[in-house]
Write a new protein. Sequence first.
Length: 270
Amino acid sequence: MLTDYHNHLEKGTLTLNYLEKFTDEARLKNIEHFGISEHAYHFYQTSNIISNPWIEARRYYDMDDYVKVFYQAWRKNIDVKMSIEMDYTPGKHDEMKRFINQYEFDYVIGSVHWIDDFGIDLEVYKAEWGKRNVYQIYNDYFDQIVTLAQSNLFDIVGHLDLVKIFNYVPEDEDFLFEQYEKITSALANSKTCVEISTAGLRKPIKEIYPSRKLLEMCFSKSIPIVLSSDAHIPSDVGYGYDKAIKLAKDVGYTHLMTFSKGKRTLVQFV
């Protein structure tokens, strides 16, 4: 049993035809639990949650059109999960909860991409990394992961250590351990699962999210996992899964969490 819960239609169209390119790829790769989790910032309905010039230039979808595509797929007996990836936004818990509760999502992903006005994983902001204190960025990023977990709004936290994307990593291992300790403790006390995301293999860091050390700490605290590829094009569905499966097994995981209309079930994976 394999999952791929973190995928996006944004480089194509909100149409059944385009969605089927993803589900067909998942079927070819024996992924039985597959979901689309479009970035919430694309939708007009989230304008009261997160807004900045970069996002507003990319806010062009309506949730009604998104939901319609899934109902079209389900009528054709296509097994695809409907989800959303929300930019976790401090101070907007009530607004995020209201948005989430309006829709029958199978699960919801929460991710941290922004520290105030700094888009940490965006190429357009890459030069900012050389101007800022890396230790402060990491502290602020992982503080948001803590409150993301404590909010209990999300089923999955996306790309847990995304902050490493451009290879800016603190050399102080004690500092990193402190950051990992605080987020894994928060996650262990929440309903939030961690994804083993192969997206990092396609990024400058060339490493799975999360790092092995961080994943080991997740395992030691019994935090459940899913597998995700964060595909933005159909061919990336299931990308690098041989490495993800090996990492999960090496750390000690034997089961994945699956979701259906908010209900969760642990299943053994291959």
